[in-house]
Write a protein that binds this ligand. Structure first.
Ligand code: GAP
Length: 484
């Protein structure tokens, strides 16, 4: 079986080769944690966003969409708690100049209580094994502790993750993850604005605008897809943790007291959604946030996690945000953000149940879940759910003569009104199938001699490689039944 690190390396290679994802600014050596989506990646991204938007906005009466601006009034981020509290404890290595999140380092502490300690980023067993071997220490003479459990007075005994000497790590400092810039020509503190670290605040500040414009009554939700920015200390694992990423967030406003029930409902609805985009059920699980690990705004929180090749990781957060945000914006803006409940004849600040996921994490999940090495048939297959597959079909003339290309072009022209399809007449048909398998095209239609005789074409299904013949006139219906 392939090692997780090999799987990620192969997947990253495929993403570049087949036009899913490129390193940003690659010709200049790249820029850390920023990525560009290529011709296939953008289709996958669009399909995932469309599936989410459909399930949130089109298929329900009680959720409206918005698209708020990225730059917002700086007071928004004071009210939301991000200026004061959106921080991570950061540690620098004076020698290597590398930077770590304090809570992501683990330390090997001698059980004897004396001697050097060794710090490593958590979940990096290969790095640990190598270093321990070099230091000639016996693993069982050590216990592993999270770095926050080590008193700073002991830091002089710690050998950093990428140094040989002890005592190079600085004390932890709080680091705000928001990107700052200046609005207008003057670079002064009065002109600071932030790139939004979450899309949610654009929803909260528009609560009354959307409610009044759409004449919604509680309970109802507002959905949004958009970019967010975080100056993460340790981005990584390809597009898992980036500094510029996209979120799909939905804030559901409910009457206080009904929030626990809505929270449970949204947990289940969001888990069910993953079936719709074809993610393997067994690779998904809930992770409950412990009470002492809740974000500053949350009363309860669950993550939906996916088992990536590098381990379980957060894919989506479902939070009960109570009335924290609306109440705080009411206080800072001095505007009344209460809701008048006509039925109950009372006013209150609504509670909010939030579902929040990263588009890029959804893409990584789809890529990892789809990636299949089919050794028996000597091929790599991206077995995407047809709903998210970037290319829905390919059409081939068996040979470049006898009128076959003309028939194939006609089929392509019909399909293109609804779907992204690919026409390919170069090389042996087997090679053409392999090329489509690698980008996950679910169906290939081939025009051959029989097509000219009786108007039927061959359809080949990607995963089973099974073939059948259907009428040339039924190709559009065939695809519509299977990929929408
Ligand atoms: N409004 C709530 C909120 O932003 P979060 O748990 O910080 O909550 C929600 O983020 C989701 O956004 C995560 O589950 C993840 O899918 C995505 N996300 C967060 N930080 C990310 C990053 N640096 N890179 C990519 N996706 C990220």
């Amino acid at each position: 079986m392939a090692k997780p690190s090999d799987t990620m390396k192969d997947l990253v290679g495929l993403c570049k080769r087949r036009g899913f994802i490129f390193q940003s600014s690659e010709i200049y050596g790249g820029i850390n944690s920023c990525y560009d989506y290529g011709p296939m990646g953008i289709e996958l991204k669009k399909n995932i966003k469309d599936a989410w938007w459909k399930s949130m906005v089109y298929e329900r009466d009680d959720i409206e969409g918005i698209d708020a601006s990225i730059l917002m009034h700086p007071r928004v981020w004071e009210a939301s708690g991000h200026v004061a509290g959106f921080t991570d404890p950061m540690i620098d290595c004076r020698e290597s100049k590398n930077r770590y999140r304090e809570d992501q380092l683990e330390v090997y502490v001698p059980t004897s209580g004396e001697g050097l300690m060794y710090a490593f980023p958590e979940g990096k067993p290969e790095a640990i094994a190598k270093k321990i071997k070099r230091a000639r220490v016996e693993l069982d003479a050590y216990e592993v502790k999270p770095l926050p459990d080590i008193d700073v007075s002991q830091y002089s005994r710690i050998v950093g993750p990428d140094t040989k000497e002890a005592g190079t790590l600085t004390e932890p400092r709080l680091f705000n993850l928001m990107f700052k810039t200046f609005m207008g020509p003057v670079e002064s503190d009065a002109n600071i604005v932030y790139l939004r670290p979450e899309t949610a605040q654009g929803i909260f500040v528009n609560f009354h605008n959307v409610r009044e414009a759409s004449r919604q009554k509680l309970p109802f939700g507002i959905a949004q897809i958009g970019k967010a920015f975080r100056n993460e200390i340790t981005p990584g694992n390809f597009i898992f943790r980036m500094r510029e990423f996209e979120q799909m967030e939905m804030q559901f406003f409910v009457k206080p007291g009904t929030d626990d029930d809505w929270f449970d409902q949204w947990k289940q609805m969001r888990l069910d959604w993953y079936e719709r985009v074809g993610i393997t059920k067994e690779k998904l699980r809930f992770h409950k946030h412990a009470d002492d690990a809740l974000a500053h705004y949350a009363k309860a929180a669950f993550d939906i996690e996916y088992e990536f090749p590098f381990g379980w990781g957060e894919l989506e957060g479902i939070h009960n945000r109570t009335d924290f945000d609306l109440a705080s914006h009411a206080e800072y803006s001095k505007k009344n953000l209460q809701y008048y409940d006509q039925e109950a004849q009372e006013k209150y600040v609504p509670y909010v149940v939030e579902t929040s996921t990263g588009v890029d994490r959804q893409i990584l999940t789809s890529l990892c879940d789809a990636y299949t090495v089919d050794e028996e048939n000597d091929r790599t297959v991206m077995s995407f759910h047809p709903r998210v597959a970037p290319m829905k079909a390919a059409v081939f003339p068996l040979v470049k003569k006898d009128g076959m290309p003309e028939v194939a072009h006609k089929i392509v022209a019909d399909l293109r009104k609804d779907f992204r399809v690919f026409y390919d007449e170069s090389g042996a048909v087997g090679r053409r199938y392999r090329r489509q398998d690698e980008i996950g095209t679910p169906y290939c239609f081939t025009v051959d001699t029989e097509t000219l005789e009786n108007g039927t074409v061959t359809v080949r299904e990607r995963d089973s490689m099974a073939q059948e013949r259907i009428s040339q006139d039924k190709v559009l219906d065939y695809l519509q039944d299977r990929v929408v």
